[in-house]
Each structure stands twice: as structure tokens, then as C-alpha cells.
Ligand binder design. Sequence first.
Ligand SMILES: [Zn+2]
Length: 234
Amino acid sequence: MDQLHLLWEYQKADVEVDKMEASIKRSPTRQKLVKYRDYVMEQQTAIKRIEGEVANMADRLEALKDAIRMTDEQLRSLQTKMDNDPPANAEALQQFLSDAKRFQNNLNAYEQEVRRIRKDASDRERQQHDVRVRAAKAKAEFDKLKVIYDEEKKNKDQDLEALRAAATEKAKAIEPDFMERYQTIKRHSVPPLAQLYGDQCGGCNMSLPSAVSRRVKAGELVECETCGRLLILP
Ligand SMILES: [Zn+2]
């Protein structure tokens, strides 16, 4: 058998290897597994985000507590001043009332914000709980499926090994420069060898000049001018 036909035999084995590799990658169990993994990761990201938001809320609550304490003091000192040194005229009384109102308004606004943050924080806690439950469920599904997948993969890996061994065996008869040419073509056209049917390339189905088939028949190495596959007579 000449090199081209040995290469054709090798290609058959090589195609089987590629098919098995693709089938391992495309396995529905594997795809489901990837989906569960991505989902669990999404939930973990969500938990981190919520934790960050809750931490910011805690910081803001601390700042609000300080602000409330200060405003309380301002109100109290205003009261003390009023008791010890009551306003002497209507204008001073007006000033006193306006200060008191301003402090009271600030106090109300701070307290309102505290209530809103407390409510937000408890919403976030509930959210976080739900997310954790969902993540745990998905993780459990992932673990269950992983056992099935590992078993499935073990069997397929064994098949793949056998196919690879068969291909390696066939490769032994092929000269290095032929193999290199095969690998080079495989980078753009798979499979790299195509049979020539009349004047038609069996790889891309394009018609070729009749000189091509004469050259192939004469034993020349000819690549299809359209797809670049190495042509072989059936
Ligand atoms: Zn072609």
C-alpha cells in the first residue's frame, strides 16, 4: 500500500478518535453539569454582592446613630438655654423656635432613614437566605450528577484510549513528512483527505479541472484547489 492509502487508513482511525472526543465534550450529562456549576457560581456571586450591601448599610447605620446623638444633644442644649436664659423678645423667640424646628426635622429625617435601612437589611437577609437555599439545592444536584458523569466518562475514556491506540498503530507505517502534511491540512479542513469522484472533490463537492484527476491517477500528491484537501482515488 502506498503512503497515500496508508494515510487514508490512518484517517479513518483518526476520525473515530475525533468523534469520540467530541461526543465526550457534547455529553448531555456534562452540559447539565456545567449548567449546575455555573448556577452555583452565580448564586455565590449574588451572596457576596448582598453581603457587601449589608456591610454598607451597617456602616451607614453607625453614622446615623452618631448624627442622631449629636442632634439630640443640640436639642437638649437649646432646651437648657431656653430654661436658663429665656428669649427676651419676639425675634429671639422666633430664632429659638426656628433652630428647634430645624434640629427636630433633622432628627426625623435620620430616624426615617434608620427605619428604611433596617427594613432593607431584613429584606436582604431574606434574599440571602433564599439564594443560599437555591445554591445548596443546585450543589446537591451537581454532586449527584457528577457521580453519574464520572462513571460515564470512565467508560468513554476507555473507549477513547482504545481508539487512540488503534490510530497510533496505523500512524507507525506513515512517513513523517506525510503525517506533517496531513496535520497541516487538518488545521483548516477536516478530514484532511478526500476521495476524488470523477472530477469532483469528495470533501467540498467542487468540480476540479480534468487535469487534476490525471495527475492524481499518475500518483502525484494534489490538493483540492478549493478546500485544500489531499486528493485520493476511491
Ligand atoms: Zn475540495
